[in-house]
Design a protein around this ligand. Structure first.
Ligand code: SF4
Ligand code: SF4
Length: 394
């Protein structure tokens, strides 16, 4: 396919092909120098990999759809070669799935969709209600099948032993409504190991970035060798670059360096940075197929120096057992990250509102801060939690 400029894309969509208003975001490219495309380097995905042994080819740089305001951003990503889209029942209160359907239904057979549904021991889980939720996702996405249906945030694969869940997914697979299954996880150290003996795990979505994940690389290699598809998320290690002005460089874009770092691991099939805007699409697609450079590593080292005692590692539970109140420290700090660094204010507040009150940092102001003393990265945990509660409770 010929290279698609943003201008041509707008001409096409505004002439009514998609039938969706493009009132917003019609701005010139805001790429920094590091993200600018040269004439000889077309703005297109440059590399596709096998997704485990599913037989599906995925672009190295794929699309996370946790938050966006304009369905045509997804269509623009497709025009630039992005064919893998990751959504979830819970993203934007199901609106992400609806937008996926609106933007991509005409090219359904050319793309791969993953969607995710969470289950917990606190829920009443029956085969019927699991199927009902999967069917509702199909309806919202205006499709007959989900390519990869994942259990969302499976931090221990014990949840997959639930017979109702097993029966529901088996029935949907049998009916051709699900092609492959898998799970996403914030606890890859445990779950990647468990996945080696679990047939449900055909594709796994897990945290992997230059600040957390080194220790699970042998496990990633093992699952990959076993033919399980490997998809990396949270690749920007907290996404603090927008608030670290000193990282703005004339030579290297931090997001591109972070993507290239992740994709330099041959055992990762693709990564899914969140593509919320046209500029995100362009900047991230520009990283496709490019090797990690020395300049990238320099940028990453600068980020690590500045973010080391700011970034609460999403897969870390290091301080949780020290808290007498059992505050869910890293969930709260993850929502704070969504609010302040990802600029997903309303989503972050909604996630926080849905937390159990007993897991919130309601008494931190009166505590001597045991958590802080155990954080190996020197985070000022207590004050961060107090601040998180203030901003997230509105
Ligand atoms: S400040 Fe105290 S109550 Fe709050 S999370 Fe830390 S240990 Fe728990
Ligand atoms: S505050 Fe520190 S120890 Fe606690 S979860 Fe975050 S990174 Fe881990």
């Amino acid at each position: 396919m010929a290279n698609v400029s943003r201008r041509n894309f707008f001409k096409t969509v505004t002439s009514g092909v998609l039938g969706i208003s493009l009132a917003k975001n019609l701005k010139p490219s805001s790429l920094n120098a590091g993200g600018t495309q040269s004439e000889s380097s077309p703005l297109k995905i440059q590399k596709y990999n096998n997704l485990g042994k599913t037989g599906i080819k995925v672009p190295d740089v794929s699309c996370g759809a946790i938050s966006f305001f304009e369905p045509n951003v997804l269509r623009y990503a497709y025009e630039l070669g992005v064919t893998y889209f990751d959504t979830a029942e819970g993203y934007m209160r199901t609106q992400s799935e609806t937008f996926i359907g609106q933007a991509l239904k005409e090219i359904r057979d050319k793309i791969t969709i993953t969607t995710k549904h969470p289950y917990s021991s606190r829920m009443q889980i029956t085969k019927e209600n699991v199927i009902k939720r999967l069917e509702a996702s199909l309806k919202r996405m205006q499709t007959d099948y989900i390519d990869i249906a994942m259990v969302h945030q499976a931090n221990d694969l014990a949840i997959l032993k639930n017979e109702e869940i097993q029966a529901a997914y088996a029935q949907m697979k049998e009916a051709g409504k699900i092609r492959f299954t898998g799970f996403s996880t914030h606890n890859p150290t445990l779950t990647l190991k468990q996945a080696l003996d679990n047939d449900f795990a055909q594709v796994i979505l897990f945290i992997y970035n230059h600040m957390e994940g080194k220790e699970i690389e042998p496990l990633i290699e093992q699952v990959h060798q076993q033919g399980i598809g490997t998809v990396a998320m949270k690749v920007f290690a907290g996404g603090k670059h927008g608030n670290l002005k000193s990282l703005i460089s004339q030579e290297v874009s931090y997001p591109q360096a972070a993507i290239r770092w992740v994709m330099s691991n041959p055992n990762i099939d693709c990564c899914i940075p969140t593509m919320s805007s046209y500029s995100h699409v362009e900047e991230y697609v520009s990283a496709s197929g490019k090797p990690l450079t020395r300049a990238d590593l320099k940028m990453i080292a600068a980020y690590q120096r500045q973010a080391n005692n700011q970034y609460c590692r999403v897969s870390c539970q290091g301080c949780v057992s020290s808290c007498p109140d059992s505050v869910a420290v890293n969930d709260v700090l993850r929502y704070k990250m969504y609010f302040e660094d990802y600029r997903m204010e309303s989503e972050a507040m909604r996630y926080y509102a849905e937390m159990r009150e007993s897991k919130k940092p309601l008494n931190c102001s009166n505590c001597s801060g045991y958590c802080e003393k155990t954080c190996p990265f020197g985070l000022k945990v207590k004050s961060k939690l107090v601040h998180a509660h203030e901003i997230l409770s509105g």
